[in-house]
Design a binder for this molecule. Structure first.
Ligand code: E4P
Length: 274
């Protein structure tokens, strides 16, 4: 499974790439806003432009894929925004992926929209790689693949959030949610026929496998290390992880306990030999 970092914070991206374990970066407008505000705070006179900031992310990521998201709206708007971002940032030494919302509708009375699919089709037909975001069902993932998506990003944590919120279960954002779901009065709580975000991933994978679809699955909205493990067990192509989740994957209390006793037991003669 490839690991992308789901962050726009330069220091996190740098640490991730320095480890040699990171294969790409995903951003969204919220992550970008948070990162640039932080960067401006630590930079006197606000002497930092978003353009140069993105350029720094791309320099660290080299030829690995970096997703930059459009704002949304009509297909024409998203195509224009996607082309503009791609033209500005994609070079021989960088690999920019345009992130398109699957369905950009924000009108609660008119939730259906085909604008995202039109934008995906148009950009991919021009050879621009597209990461389709805000995917919450396998049927949405199927349509995105039919439109030509390079990557699909099912949001697993937000499915778990919805199941818990709808059923008035208190939780913190990073709390583990069982992959098999939560039982109440003998029934598993479901959201659109899914028991968990991991179940969403499995359903997307099953549909893609049924038809030999090559769109790569990026597990997004991953909230803890156990969920990252479950993404790998499902066999998705990529998990995009907050830096905190990436670091949490390295730890176990027994690893630390073992380390303390090995250090204590290393005799001087053995140490001098190394
Ligand atoms: C993915 O592209 C999104 O940026 C992200 O994974 C959303 O995560 P969240 O649900 O934890 O905000």
């Amino acid at each position: 499974m490839k690991i992308f970092l789901d962050t726009a914070i330069i220091d996190e991206i740098k640490q991730g790439y320095d480890s040699g374990l990171v294969d790409g970066v995903t951003t969204n407008p919220s992550l970008m806003k948070k990162a640039i505000e932080e960067a401006k705070k630590s930079c006197t006179g606000n002497a930092i432009s978003l353009r140069s900031y993105i350029q720094r992310i791309l320099t660290i990521a080299g030829k690995t894929p970096v997703s930059l998201e459009v704002k949304g709206g009509s297909a024409d708007d998203m195509i224009r925004q996607g082309l503009s971002l791609y033209k500005k940032f994609s070079t021989k030494s960088n690999h920019v992926v345009i992130k398109i919302p699957l369905n950009p509708s924000v009108d609660k009375d008119n939730p259906e929209s085909l604008e995202g699919f039109k934008a995906i089709r148009s950009l991919t037909s021009k050879g621009i790689p597209v990461n389709v975001t805000l995917c919450f069902t396998a049927e949405q993932a199927l349509l995105a693949a039919k439109a030509g998506a390079t990557y699909i990003s099912p949001f697993i944590g937000r499915i778990d959030d919805k199941i818990r919120t709808d059923n008035k279960i208190k939780f913190d954002k990073t709390d583990y949610f069982p992959a098999d779901g939560i039982e109440r009065k003998g029934d598993i709580l479901l959201e659109s026929g899914m028991a968990s975000g991991i179940d969403l991933l499995q359903q997307v994978k099953d549909v893609y496998d049924n038809y030999g679809i090559t769109t790569q699955i990026i597990a997004a909205s991953v909230r803890n290390a156990q969920q990252a493990r479950e993404c790998a067990l499902v066999g998705v192509d990529i998990a995009t992880l907050p830096f905190s989740v990436f670091k949490a994957m390295t730890t176990h209390p027994k690893t630390q306990e073992g380390m303390i006793s090995f250090l204590k037991d290393t005799v001087k003669e053995y140490e001098d030999m190394m």
